[in-house]
Design a protein around this ligand. Structure first.
Ligand code: ADP
Ligand code: SF4
Length: 711
């Protein structure tokens, strides 16, 4: 093994009490902000965000929000809370405040937030024509007769005067319940095209002829009434926030920051106690780093403060304290709103306050967090493996109990799984040796970060390396491709194999279960040929290139983009009905499709790869089997991966030698165990460290479950 540095790890500068001081440049971020009748202790504001836990996993939800408060967010909000059974979006798991039955778990949430001196906010919502009401079977409601926009053959019916009176009463009662539950900030919500109030505001959704339709003053009437209702109901003790999408990015078809977005702010300027402004839809609001840079919403929201004296909150995936100071000083916003940066690092404010800028675990803008909500499961995060696990596994993002014994651990592989396992084992006080075959750290977190638009993915590596370099009990070795012989010779008792995975070259993937004939010896490439220094781009022949994506996540689309940008004629073929289909769950699928079109990539959807012979592909329609052919100078197979498990298998085969070699456990983690996302690899590395030294019974559920109480 080659040492990373000749210096003793103990000789590195350690943090001193003096260095744990806030940089005065950031003082402005810690000024209190008055919001109506309440005061936030600083400018860090966790805006409402989904977490896939809500009403179904309330203890998990409360604990997660409590950790954000502990981490220094002065305001911590819930996700949207449906005010009535006619507002529900099952199967998505949001929050509910339908009646008193919801209060105990909401009280638990506010108490968890208050315990750390933060304010708790709740985003009341009626989802209007976005609510299919699959669970309640109520008739959906909207300003006009419209098809539900939530993938169901249902329609919302145009609300009459009684419906409007009902809505106002439901909202008012929900606000009173929110106050009873202890919330300090109660939202009125007109954003993301998911809110009935935004539907009323919208010219394309609202074709009413009464006092709620037509002119902007009429279309804004319901919002005004509900803001007034809410202030009258709870304004003595609670601030009333208005969440408003100032621009729908639809040009003349929608609200724009220069047009009606501006005018709505002017009309309602002083009515709410706080403006929480963003762009619509959620897809535009939470753009991935591939398509939007930090601060990407500033250009839309910057006008708001010129029209109101009330505090303004905005978002833009801010992780840099300098950028935060800038937006406050430039008068763009008063409070730094964050969903994703607070997920990736619940302790971001505390770290700035304590002068620990290097310790901030920056969001990479991948939207894996969004995918949890989209599959109605608890939130997960690529950077923060403890996200969603605060209650059920008792994981804290900053601390891990010290290991019971200071044992030695060898971690093989320096990708996301290995780096996180080494970091977390090091944090527990274990003596860690981390060995990486390559000349650089990071594994796929490094190589994939070099693909177009994915540079922020390198933060997975950067943060972990930064932390590892502070740990005297972790030794790190590059250029150390270990074999079973090597590992047996070291006598390190615990071995974690985080050796990653290799893309398949045989065509087996999601839809193909047998090897594809004709690939041996043909011009077949896999993603591994384009990652790191593999040089595949330089080896591509002239002529049409086909990228066959039978995986459906990021890789197929991003490789097609990469190759097309090199000037090749590229066709992306996929059995799926969408390009990079799974990215729809991360909100960026439409952006990927558009990017490929802009790059000149030809798209062939719903198409199976049936055969490959001498520069010609045989394809078949997924549904009819109808054959077609396509010229192909080179085929790039993006299908599936196989674990790099040879070292693991070799060690398992030599189990009889373990005792003499001093080995007690060998564990495969991350892609070496089962290829998955980077988020899954980080989680696996973290879990290895957490489980270290524990006696685990595979028959026992490894986490607490929320109680389901029968009536
Ligand atoms: P994961 O996502 O599970 O962390 P990666 O593929 O990103 O997987 O990382 C695996 C890392 O393991 C790569 O950097 C690779 O170079 C390294 N590696 C693979 N085999 C060995 C080995 N035998 N010895 C040391 N490092 C290895
Ligand atoms: Fe950021 Fe990705 Fe974590 Fe979401 S999952 S908070 S986008 S790092």
């Amino acid at each position: 093994m080659v040492r990373v540095t000749g210096a003793s790890f103990d000789s590195r500068p350690r943090r001193t009490a003096k260095s744990l001081m806030r940089d005065p440049r950031y003082d402005i971020l810690f000024e209190p902000v008055r919001i109506g009748p309440v005061t936030a202790r600083n400018r860090f504001y966790q805006v409402p965000h989904c977490c896939g836990m809500g009403y179904r996993y309330p203890s998990s939800s409360a604990a997660m929000r409590g950790v954000k408060a502990e981490g220094g967010w002065a305001v911590v909000c819930t996700e949207e809370a449906e005010i009535h059974p006619s507002a529900e979006v099952a199967p998505f798991v949001e929050n509910r405040i339908w009646d008193a039955q919801d209060l105990p778990h909401l009280k638990a949430l506010t108490e968890a937030v208050h315990a750390h001196g933060s304010l708790a906010g709740i985003e009341l919502v009626h989802n209007g024509q976005h609510a299919a009401n699959h669970y309640s079977r109520e008739v959906p409601l909207g300003p006009s007769h419209r098809v539900i926009d939530n993938g169901a053959p249902l329609q919302a019916r145009a609300m009459d005067g009684t419906d409007i009176a009902n809505l106002r009463r439901w909202h008012r009662k929900a606000a009173l319940r929110a106050k009873e539950a202890g919330f300090d900030i109660v939202y009125v919500y007109a954003g993301h095209d998911m809110s009935l109030l935004q539907h009323f505001l919208s010219r394309r959704h609202n074709d009413r002829a009464d006092e709620y339709g037509g002119s902007l003053e009429n279309r804004v009437r319901l919002i005004r009434e509900i803001l007034i209702d809410t202030k009258e109901a709870v304004g003595d003790r609670c601030a009333v926030a208005f969440r408003f999408a100032v621009d729908e990015l639809l040009g003349a078809d929608g609200i724009t920051a220069e047009g009606e977005g501006h005018d709505v702010v002017a009309l309602l300027a002083e009515l709410p106690d706080l403006w929480d402004v963003n762009v619509s839809t959620w897809m535009n609001d939470s753009q991935t780093a591939r398509f939007a840079e930090e601060g990407y919403q500033e250009r839309y929201i910057k006008f708001v403060k010129s029209l109101t004296t009330k505090p303004v909150v905005g978002v833009g995936r801010y992780t840099s304290p300098d950028a935060m100071v800038r937006v406050v000083k430039q008068g763009i916003m008063d409070m730094i709103g964050a969903a994703r940066p607070s997920i990736a690092d619940p302790f971001l404010p505390r770290k700035i306050e304590e002068g620990r800028i290097d310790d901030i675990r920056e969001c990479i803008g991948c939207n894996i967090c969004v995918t949890g909500d989209d599959v109605s499961s608890p939130i997960r995060c690529t950077q923060n493996p403890t996200m969603g696990e605060e209650w059920r596994r008792g994981w804290h993002p900053e601390t891990i109990p010290a290991a019971k014994q200071r044992e030695r651990v060898l971690i093989v592989g320096g990708g996301p799984a290995g780096l996180e396992a080494a970091r977390a084992c090091g944090q527990r006080g274990l003596e860690v040796v981390l060995a990486e075959a390559g000349e650089t750290w990071g594994g796929r977190a490094l190589t994939e970060s070099r693909l177009p638009g994915l540079s922020s993915w390198g933060r997975v590596k950067d943060w972990r390396l930064g932390q590892l370099h502070k740990l005297a009990n972790v030794e790190m070795f590059l250029a150390s491709a270990l074999t079973a012989d090597d590992i047996l010779s070291y006598g390190i008792p615990h071995v974690a194999l985080a050796t990653g995975a290799t893309w398949r070259r045989d065509g087996i993937g999601l839809t193909r279960h047998r090897p594809l004939a004709g690939v041996a010896g043909a011009a077949v490439f896999t993603p591994d040929d384009f990652l790191g220094d593999a040089g595949g781009l330089d080896r591509l022949p002239a002529g049409p290139i086909v990228v066959y994506d039978d995986e459906g996540y990021v890789m197929g689309g991003v490789l097609a983009e990469l190759i097309a940008k090199r000037g090749h004629d590229v066709t992306l073929v996929t059995p799926a009905a969408l390009v990079s289909a799974w990215t729809a769950r991360a909100l960026d699928q439409p952006f990927i499709h558009r990017r490929l079109v802009e790059c000149g990539v030809t798209l062939q959807l719903n198409c199976l790869l049936a055969g490959y012979a001498s520069d010609r592909l045989d394809l078949a329609c997924v549904y009819s089997g109808a054959p077609s052919q396509r010229d192909c100078a080179a085929l790039v197979l993006v299908t599936a991966r196989l674990p790099n498990e040879q070292v693991c298998l070799d060690l398992m085969a030599r189990k009889a030698e373990w005792i003499d070699a001093g080995i007690r456990s060998v564990t495969a983690i991350g892609d070496c165990r089962a290829p998955a996302t980077i988020a899954a690899a980080v989680f696996a590395g973290h879990r290895y460290a957490r489980d270290f030294g524990e006696t685990l019974d595979p028959d026992v559920v490894p986490f607490k479950r929320e109680a389901i109480v029968a009536e």
